[in-house]
Every structure is written in structure tokens, then in C-alpha cells.
Design a protein around this ligand. Structure first.
Ligand code: NAP
Length: 308
């Protein structure tokens, strides 16, 4: 039987519909809307799309959202200056520096920038103070993608407490905060990564399996316990025809999209998992829209806290 599809678009719309009146109330009370500053360095095409989506969504919800652009050749010092100015500004409650940063900025540029953003404006939840608070289960600003996954599970009626959860991926921005959030909700959590032996066997013990590795169709049915909930965080733009033809049947919707556009967006989860999982978040239309919805929610939270 095909898995139930967890509709990230619908859940994100619900969250946005809840945020909008609160934004209006905040604006009425303080005389200004919550403000979000997004900083984009360079012209990475995927980042351009993400940033456009964030700006539009924020504006639709009544937030003030402004874009600061820096050229690809900008230095780390210039970017730090922009962050410092935004830190001091009364207009902006939230600051988001879009990653990835240009390689020329150096290998630790992202960490240095995330460290420089004021913790109370850190709507990405990446600052070490906010990560520390998350570890202690007292964070106000939590990374948007993992907290979006929790919303998707909760609002789809999927219980977390008492379950066995496996997270594949241990990045600071997705895997680790995801595991902590599941732990705080009383799941028994295992984190897997590229050095985990017998990964499929470990994953197949999960009632809730979250994959955040960025390897297209990596999670095949042998990774999935029948009836498990599978959350696919991975996003890959697939342009290789042979792989697309191997994964999707001729005449299928995905194949048609590939023929039209020359690329399709897919996740970490193999299409055949649909026949094994009990519930599954699709890519696109699963976790992605929730990441943006949680960014709006975090900006509102930051604004309310800052306004006192
Ligand atoms: P990342 O920093 O590159 O981390 C990837 C993680 O996957 C690492 O921990 C790595 O293990 C692990 N990994 C890679 N190959 C593996 C393998 N063969 N077996 C087991 N583990 C493996 O990536 P990220 O920033 O966390 O993002 C992960 C994916 O989520 C990407 O596709 C990204 O585009 C997507 N994403 C989506 C959203 C959204 O809104 N939906 C938001 C953020 C990210 P090691 O640590 O051992 O190297």
C-alpha cells in the first residue's frame, strides 16, 4: 500500500495563517512590523531562488523583509561589517545570511558569520548560544528546518514520544538539531553519518526516519521498517538522464517534468520507499515549505522578545 503523503505545503500554509494575525497585532502594538534582513553574497542561482521565496513569504505575512546584496568578490570583513550594522539596527529583529558563502571567503567563513549575528536576532538558530539553549531544551530560536519537521509530524498526528527515531546526517544546521528536538520530545534517538556501519540495518529500526544527507535516492526500501514515518530533508537537483530513467518510469509525472525542464528536484529517499513506509514527506512539497514558515515564526518570536 502506498504511504500516506505528509503535505508540507498545507502545514506551512497553516503556520503562515497563524503567524499573520500575530504579526498584525505586533505591528499595531509597536507601530512597526517585525523586520527581517536577508544578506545574499554573490549570485548562486539556488540561493537566489531560496531568498526570493523567503522575501515573498515574509511580505505576504506582513513582515518587513529587506535584502542586502554583496558581490561575490566581497571580503569576510565587509560581510562582518554588514552584520554589525544590522545587529545595531532597530528596524530588524532577525538577520539571515544566506549560505553557502563564496568559497573565496574561506573555510570557516560561515561559522564566523553565524557567531557574529546577535543571538536575539539569530532567526536561523545557528549561533552557539542558541544551540546551547537547544541542548538544554530552553531555546526560543531553533533552526528552521528541524523545527519544521517537528511541526509536520505534530500537525500530521504522528506521535513522537516513545518512538525509536533515526536521523541520517549530523550537520550543525539539520542533523544535530533534528536529533535534539526528537530527543526533547521523548523519542529514543540514533544519529547516523558517513562512518556508520550497517546503516541500512540501523535505519530499519526506526519508527521515525529522518534523512538529511543530500544523496539522491540513497534511502532504499531496505532502510525502512514497514509502516515507518520517513522524513526526507534532502534536496538535490538531478540533471543526469540515466539516473532519472532508472528512478522514474516512462510516462510518470517526474519523467515528464525532467523532459520539460532538463532537471528535477529529488530528495534522499528512493521512490520505491513509498510502498514500504506508512507516511512519507515528499520532495518537493514536504520539508522545504516548512523551513520558510518557521523562519517567519522565528522572526515574529525575535520581534516580540526584543520589544519586551
Ligand atoms: P551537510 O552539511 O553536507 O551534511 C550532510 C550529512 O550527511 C553529513 O553529516 C554527512 O556525514 C552525511 N552523509 C553524507 N553522505 C552520507 C552517506 N553516504 N551515508 C551516511 N551519511 C552521509 O548537509 P546539510 O546542510 O545537513 O543538508 C543535508 C541535505 O538537506 C542537503 O540535501 C540539503 O540541500 C538539504 N536541506 C534541505 C533543507 C530544506 O529546507 N528542505 C534545509 C537545509 C538543508 P559526515 O558528517 O560523516 O560527513
Amino acid at each position: 500500500m502506498a504511504a500516506r503523503v505528509l503535505d508540507g505545503v498545507a502545514v506551512a500554509n497553516q503556520i503562515r495563517a497563524e503567524v499573520a494575525p500575530e504579526v498584525a497585532a505586533f505591528s499595531a502594538r509597536t507601530g512597526r512590523p517585525p523586520g527581517l534582513a536577508i544578506v545574499l553574497v554573490g549570485d548562486d542561482p539556488a540561493s537566489e531562488i531560496y531568498v526570493r521565496g523567503k522575501l515573498k513569504s515574509a511580505a505576504d505575512s506582513g513582515l518587513r523583509a529587506d535584502l542586502e546584496r554583496l558581490p561575490a568578490a566581497a571580503t569576510l570583513a565587509q560581510l562582518l561589517e554588514v552584520v554589525e550594522r544590522l545587529n545595531r539596527s532597530d528596524t530588524y529583529d532577525g538577520i539571515l545570511v544566506q549560505s553557502p558563502l563564496p568559497v573565496a571567503m574561506g573555510p570557516d567563513a560561515e561559522r564566523r558569520i553565524f557567531d557574529a549575528i546577535r543571538p536575539d536576532k539569530d532567526v536561523d538558530g545557528f549561533h552557539p548560544i542558541n544551540v546551547g539553549r537547544l541542548v538544554q531544551n530552553r531555546a526560543h530560536l531553533v533552526a528552521c528546518t528541524p523545527s519544521g519537521v517537528i511541526e509536520l509530524l505534530d500537525r500530521s498526528g504522528i506521535a513522537i514520544a516513545g518512538t525509536r527515531a533515526v536521523v541520517i546526517g549530523r550537520s550543525d544546521i539539520v542533523g544535530k538539531p533534528m536529533a535534539l528536538l526528537l530527543l526533547h520530545r521523548h523519542a529514543t534517538v540514533t544519529i547516523c553519518h558517513s562512518r556508520t556501519p550497517q546503516l541500512a540495518t540501523v535505519a530499519a529500526e526506526a519508527d521515525i526516519l529522518v534523512s538529511a544527507i543530500g544523496r539522491p535516492a540513497f534511502v532504499t526500501p531496505e532502510y525502512v521498517k514497514p509502516g515507518a514515518t520517513v522524513i526526507d530533508v534532502g534536496i538535490t537537483s538531478l540533471t543526469d538522464r540515466a539516473t532519472v530513467e532508472r528512478l522514474f518510469a516512462a510516462g510518470s509525472k517526474r519523467r515528464d517534468t525532467f523532459e520539460r525542464r532538463g532537471a528535477i528536484t529529488i530528495g534522499d529517499v528512493h521512490p520505491a520507499v513509498e510502498q514500504v513506509a506508512g507516511a512519507l514527506s515528499p520532495v518537493p512539497g514536504g520539508v522545504g515549505p516548512l523551513t520558510i514558515a518557521m523562519l517567519l515564526k522565528n522572526t515574529l518570536t525575535a520581534a516580540i522578545q526584543r520589544a519586551g
